[in-house]
Structures are given as C-alpha cells and as structure tokens.
Design a protein around this ligand. Structure first.
Ligand SMILES: N[C@@H](CCC(=O)N[C@@H](CS)C(=O)NCC(=O)O)C(=O)O
Length: 214
C-alpha cells in the first residue's frame, strides 16, 4: 500500500501514524505540493495530500484513507463503536483537521513552506496573528477537555488522539514551545503522543529534513 505525500503535512502524518498503530505496512511515496506525478494525480484529482493506493484502488483525503485502513484492518480498534465515544472521536478528528490545522497551517506555511520550499516570502503578519490570537483559545480548549487518563476518548488511544496530536509536530518544527505553566495537561499530552513510535519515527525524519533544507 502506498501513501503519497510528505509527512510534514499533518494529514499525511495522521494517516502514517494510524497505519503504524494498526500494524499496517505502508510505503510513503514522497510528492510535494503541486506535483503532477500521474499516479498521485490519479489518486488525488485535486492534488491534495495524502493520496493512497492499494493495488488498483486509489483514493485521497486522510479521513477516507483512514476509513479504508480501518475497514480492512479492524484490530486494534482505534475508532470506538459505542455511539457517543464514536461521535466524540469524529469531532476530535474534525477539530484537529479543520480548526487546529487551519490555524497551524497559517504559521507553518508562511514561516517554513513558502520561503523554504516554494521560493517566496510567506505572510509573516498572518502567521503572527494566528499564533497570537487564534491558537491560544484552541490550546485552552484542549487543556480543558483532556481527561486525567491522558487520552481524549475511552481512556485509551483512538483516532481522536492521532488527529489532535499530529498538528503539534508542525508547531514543534516551528520552535513553538507549549507553555507548561498555562497548558500543563496539554504539554504533557502532546509530548507523550508525539513520543509514540508511530509518530516519533516520522517527526525525527522531518526534523532532519528541515535542518538540511534550512
Ligand atoms: N481534507 C484533506 C486536506 C488535505 C490538504 O489540504 N493537504 C494539504 C497539505 S497539508 C495540501 O495538499 N495542500 C496543497 C493544495 O491544497 O494544493 C485531508 O484530510 O486529506
């Protein structure tokens, strides 16, 4: 099975971590933003990463890919079946994918992707505003909702944790330190989740790659 994209994308990283936690082997085929690679474009008609292929089956969108991986490899269960826990898991995935990622992307794209990989200046004012005004309420929210168990749903690892933790790797690459005085549960949570082998393998590679590209 092939995942197309770069693990620097929080959506790609979420899929890679989900596959690793399931024990499913996937190969990451590197493609960058705007890639015209025909196999990638066949799987992702609008050129967004991640895209995915399993033989003659191709699909894009991290949530669609995860639904597929979950269906062909149900164990270990990472998407609860109990109604409320399942709904909460989907909410946290949505929160991670849209609310947290769209804020984090303003910082990561403008400070790293645009200048280093696209050869143009990023909108540093937009990045600054995102960090100063958009991000803190999202971090306050997570600080409130993380249970004592340290897992968002059912006191065990689920897709909710993988989706919420993934964008924190991008914040780490930006040198953003979670203030443990203001967000103690969250600082511990993010460090524990990104320290799982399913994430750490990729985050370490990304750090090395970003250092080379600096
Ligand atoms: N909802 C999609 C979002 C994918 C997405 O926006 N990926 C970004 C990279 S983080 C991308 O490919 N951007 C390039 C573009 O929009 O052309 C998913 O979950 O896979």
């Amino acid at each position: 099975m092939i995942v197309y994209g770069s693990s620097l994308s929080p959506f790609v990283r979420k899929v890679l971590a989900f596959a690793a936690e399931k024990g499913v082997e996937v190969e990451l085929k590197p493609v960058g933003i705007g890639s015209q690679d025909p196999d990638f474009r066949e799987a992702s008609p609008f050129g967004k990463m991640p895209a995915f292929r399993d033989g003659d089956f191709a699909i894009s969108d991290s949530s669609a890919i995860i639904a597929y991986l979950d269906a062909i490899h149900p164990d270990p269960n990472l998407i609860p079946v109990e109604a409320k826990a399942r709904a909460r898991t989907i909410w946290y995935e949505e929160f991670g994918d849209t609310i947290l990622c769209s804020c984090g992307a303003k910082m990561f794209f403008n400070r790293i992707v645009a200048p280093r990989f696209l050869g143009r200046e990023g909108d540093l004012a937009a990045a600054e505003t995102a960090e100063a005004t958009e991000l803190p309420p999202l971090l306050d929210y997570l600080e409130r909702v993380i249970p004592e168990s340290g897992y968002l749903v059912e006191d065990r690892l689920t897709l909710a944790d993988l989706a919420v933790a993934s964008p924190f790797a991008n914040l780490r690459h930006l040198g953003f330190e979670l203030d443990a005085a203001r967000w103690p549960k969250l600082a511990d949570y993010a460090a524990r989740m990104l320290g799982r082998p399913s994430f750490q393998r990729w985050v370490d590679r990304e750090s090395a790659f970003l250092q080379r590209a600096a």
